[in-house]
Design a protein around this ligand. Sequence first.
Ligand code: ATP
Length: 250
Amino acid sequence: MPLLETRNVVVRFGGITAVNDASIEVEQGWIQGLIGPNGAGKTTTFNVITGLQPPTEGQVLLDGEDITTLSVQQRARRGVGRTFQRLEVFGSLTVFENVLVAGEMARTWNDDLPDPRKRADELIELVGVTRFRDQPADSIPTGVARLTELARALTIKPRVLLLDEPSSGLDDAETDDFGDLLRRLANEGTSILMVEHDVDLVMSVCEWIDVLDFGQIIARGTPEEIQNDPIVQQAYLGAEVGEQDDEEVA
Ligand code: ATP
């Protein structure tokens, strides 16, 4: 049984069908990619999984339990963590305080979580931003803010972590380190579903990739299968990679 599953999810905004019958399965400990052109429905799918967007039709299951009608907080308590495409760090708080606040909130519902101060420092070190620990989040580079957001998402000890364009703002070396970090988290049992525009990163870390186009899953498979899929080439990879030197396609 997959850890996380969307079943035939449909989201309509008035006349727009943003997600159209999308079924996705994420196994425990997998790093999985959700890719597709701009406007394909990736963020909307994330919003459905995390509870920010009720689906018009379909279900979300976590470990076999239907969580479709649960609130964001109820899902977080069950281990659904997330970072955002648009950064959601608190600018006036330091990196440490950003992570601490999340840890303290998580402790109010889960006594088993470790001491928030200790945990915040461990997570800051884990994601590699210790040297920015005491700087306000509005004065740090975007890539560091993204990693801070990741540390914050990890405070709940998520079973499944949804990352929306996590590598934007990271340089090549930082992206390599980030890939290693994802592998480490997955090896420890965390499932990761990520929307990511850096094709090289997606292809190197993901076990499995789903491709969305106009709200529908048009292909799914291993990175190799996806790269060689003529439908994906036509809808997404081929055209856009050819147009951009840096292979950033979303
Ligand atoms: P991007 O890569 O540009 O972030 P995406 O794949 O994440 O795109 P979504 O943001 O999920 O795509 O958007 C899917 C479609 O739904 C788009 O046509 C978008 O304009 C539309 N949409 C998203 N949110 C809303 C909303 N709240 N109201 C109306 N339309 C919306």
